[in-house]
Write a protein that binds this ligand. Structure first.
Ligand code: J5X
Ligand code: AKG
Ligand code: FE2
Length: 345
């Protein structure tokens, strides 16, 4: 087994959990999608009063970028970057191609519905089965080439979509390498551990297009339920609309609002493990709004699935046991937020 999509194959999702709601022309939120209030802060769908969080917006050309990134990884597990070198025109094209995809009629989108043991295509978020209620969301997952699905959607005209997604994935690969170089310098990794995390030749990646349709009653719906990302690092582009929130202990849910042209960078479980829990895997979610559809695009970077993940050898007291990356992926796919505690020493 060599690929990320193969790693997800032995954690199937029941077919009825894969089809998103048909969001066209709904004038109210159906019972299946109503999230009720909870006393448990992490389950609470209410956001905190927007208190200014000092999640930094870091200029990658700033001479202090390294220190700022190190601080952000340890404190929040999330930061935003500007002057990252990714052309704005390409970002805009990815967004418009995503809108074109999600704007297709429902029966067209269903032609590329994710299969039970598949990882790519159209459908709900993979974490959906862990929640009683459904999310106000539809997604499209790409791993490598998207020609097969795009050719079904647009037999005469799939090139535009695929070329855009390919070009974007190439840019994201370069950016995740650049970011990891900086982030990892603030840990005392060996050269071998650095190479493993960056895996320039054989890294595994996924591109996730997210659509959150406008919602008639956003205060009792959730776009994407609380989760940590599973791989090493996620680079997210949120269009103009607010929605991303992170959970901060003692403060509750707080927004990370879009900054023009910026990417949100957040730490996933595997980097939390490599850093022996010194870097935080941030718990986050996406909320929805009534005014307009929100589009976000997330790129997930991971090491080869057949390699071993463990806390860096620079830590005297590793707090996680080591395992194959593919073992962690299936542990997470089957146990969701319990996965990290299951491998704690
Ligand atoms: C490589 C990845 C990372 C995945 C699974 C697989 C493809 C799709 C990604 C997401 C995207 C939406 C949120 C998430 C939580 C989900 O449900 O699917 C992500 C998940 C993860 O980070 O665990
Ligand atoms: O849409 C967002 O702002 C968050 C998306 C996200 O968390 C994900 O795709 O993993
Ligand atoms: Fe996420």
């Amino acid at each position: 087994m060599t690929t990320l999509s193969e790693a997800y194959r032995n954690a199937p999702v029941a077919s009825h959990q894969i089809t998103p709601l048909d969001f066209d022309s709904l004038d109210r939120v159906p019972e299946s999608h109503i999230w009720s209030q909870s006393d448990e802060p992490q389950q609470n769908i209410q956001s905190q009063e927007p208190q200014e969080l000092s999640i930094p917006v870091i200029d990658l050309t700033d001479p202090n970028a390294l220190d700022l990134i190190g601080q952000a990884c340890k404190t929040w597990g999330i930061f935003q970057v500007i002057n990252h070198g990714v052309p704005l025109a390409l970002i805009k094209k990815v967004e418009s191609e995503s809108r074109r995809l999600f704007g297709l009629p429902t029966d067209e989108k269903h032609k590329v519905l994710r299969s039970a043991n598949g990882a790519t295509g159209y459908g709900t978020a993979r974490i959906s089965p862990f929640f009683d209620k459904c999310m106000w969301h539809e997604g499209f997952t790409i791993m490598g080439s998207c020609v097969e699905d795009a050719n079904v959607l647009w037999p005469h005209d799939y090139k535009n979509f695929c070329e855009t997604m390919d070009a974007y994935q190439n840019e994201m690969k370069l950016l995740t390498h650049k970011l990891l170089h900086l982030m990892l310098q603030t840990l005392n990794l060996t050269q071998e551990e650095m190479n493993w995390a960056i895996s320039a030749q054989d890294s595994q990646a996924a591109l996730q297009l997210n659509s959150y349709p406008s919602c008639p009653n956003p205060s009792n719906a959730i776009g994407l339920a609380p989760h940590t990302d599973s791989l090493l690092l996620t680079v997210l582009h949120q269009g103009g609309a607010n929605g991303l929130e992170i959970f901060v202990e003692g403060l509750g849910w707080s927004p990370v609002n879009p900054v023009d042209g910026a990417f949100v960078v957040n730490i996933g479980d595997l980097l939390h493990i490599l850093s022996n829990a010194t870097f935080q895997a941030v718990n986050h979610r996406a909320m929805v709004n009534q005014a307009k559809q929100r589009i976000s695009v997330a790129y997930f970077h991971g090491p080869p699935v057949e390699s071993v993940v463990a806390p860096s050898s620079s830590f005297e007291n590793p707090c996680f046991r080591s395992m194959l990356v593919k073992e962690f992926i299936s542990l997470k796919a089957k146990n969701f937020h319990k996965a990290l505690s299951m491998i704690r020493k």
